[in-house]
Design a binder for this molecule. Structure first.
Ligand code: ATP
Length: 319
């Protein structure tokens, strides 16, 4: 194997650049030539591919987003799209790839592996919703961004004795809400993986108000419902001086934390090692602080496990 490609695909996440840098530099260190593929599978099919040098990734580790851009390209689910992509791989002499993205991107990577072009997947998503990894690249940065926002909202909530409902990203997984809720001392955390009762949320708020805690921040994962809707339902049970805030895409951007940079660097280098061993169709993860790899097919059958111990802790600590 002489040439490998790298792409980012699906939603962007802080730390993707650190992963690209690690793949590129490790591969070059091992004597490989490295090609950047812009715009995920769309760019692969369009031949938007360029040879990288060690300098291509200078000064990128601290930048959020992805220097290789990202795009959605549903046509890659069809054989026709895949064959067009393979034509480009052949044209550039690329024999194997690293794909940084989420579950959908792993499907594309697996299709290429089945066609004889080994592809390794790195979990790049803020949602932390990929099975067989304790953490995904971008999660730590997004949690820290949410915590900073909660800290600020706690200040203004305290000054006016208000209750803020803060909506954070997380359609199917409540990990961002949970981690940020515990770290930001939220009064309540509402996640898609656990049922909730608005009446009980209201009772708890009322009890803490009576005990002297006049302000509160409730963290709500977007997959549950919109913050406005939640605030409206809550307001039916009392006057809590409610305000809602949607953090939205703010949480996806920004300079990655040291932890995300290190995780991305370790995973990127490990992906190159696996490619050099002639392996493909594998997804990299970190479990119990150790780098691991799993067959992508196993991942598709698995579900990310909700962190219910953290859910209990968030509620135990917010009396
Ligand atoms: P995120 O979790 O941020 O949404 P993702 O990787 O799951 O990331 P998707 O939009 O699901 O994001 O997938 C990214 C790209 O992967 C798609 O636009 C498409 O090009 C490719 N892809 C998705 N599903 C398949 C599939 N079944 N077969 C081949 N390629 C696929």
């Amino acid at each position: 194997m002489k040439r490998i490609g790298i792409m980012t695909s699906g939603g962007d996440a802080p730390g993707m650049n650190a992963a690209i840098r690690a793949v590129a530099r490790k591969a070059m260190h091992e004597g490989l030539e490295v090609f950047g593929i812009n715009y995920g599978f769309a760019g692969l099919v369009a031949g938007d591919i360029f040879q990288m040098t060690a300098q291509s990734v200078n000064d990128t580790i601290k930048r959020g987003g992805t220097m290789l851009y990202s795009a959605r390209y549903p046509e890659f689910a069809q054989e026709e799209g895949q064959l067009k992509g393979i034509e480009q791989l052949n044209k550039f002499g690329i024999e194997a790839l690293v794909v940084i993205g989420g579950d959908g991107s792993y499907h594309g990577a697996l299709r290429l592996t089945e066609h004889g072009y080994n592809a390794i997947g790195l979990p790049g998503t803020i949602d932390n919703d990929i099975p067989y990894t304790d953490f995904t690249i971008g999660f730590d940065t997004s949690v820290n961004t949410v915590v900073e926002a909660i800290d600020r909202l706690q200040d203004t909530a305290a000054s006016h004795e208000r209750t803020f409902v803060v909506e954070v990203m997380g359609r199917g997984a409540g990990d961002i809400a949970l981690w940020a809720g515990v770290a930001g001392a939220a009064s309540d955390v509402i996640i898609p993986e656990h049922d909730f009762d608005v009446k009980k949320v209201a009772e708890k708020l009322r009890a803490s108000r009576e005990a002297g805690q006049k302000h509160a921040v409730i963290v709500l994962a977007e997959g549950v419902m919109h913050a406005d809707e939640f605030a409206k339902e809550l307001s039916a049970y009392g006057d809590f001086q409610l305000r809602s805030t949607v953090l939205g895409h703010v949480v996806r951007g920004g300079s990655p934390t040291a932890r995300d940079r290190v995780l991305a660097s370790e995973m990127g280098a490990y992906a190159v090692e696996l490619l050099l061993e002639g392996k493909g169709g594998l997804a990299i993860g970190i479990q119990n602080n150790k780098l691991v790899n799993h067959n992508m097919l196993d991942l598709f059958d698995a579900k990310h496990e909700a962190q219910l111990d953290l859910y209990d802790l968030a509620h135990d600590l917010s009396i």
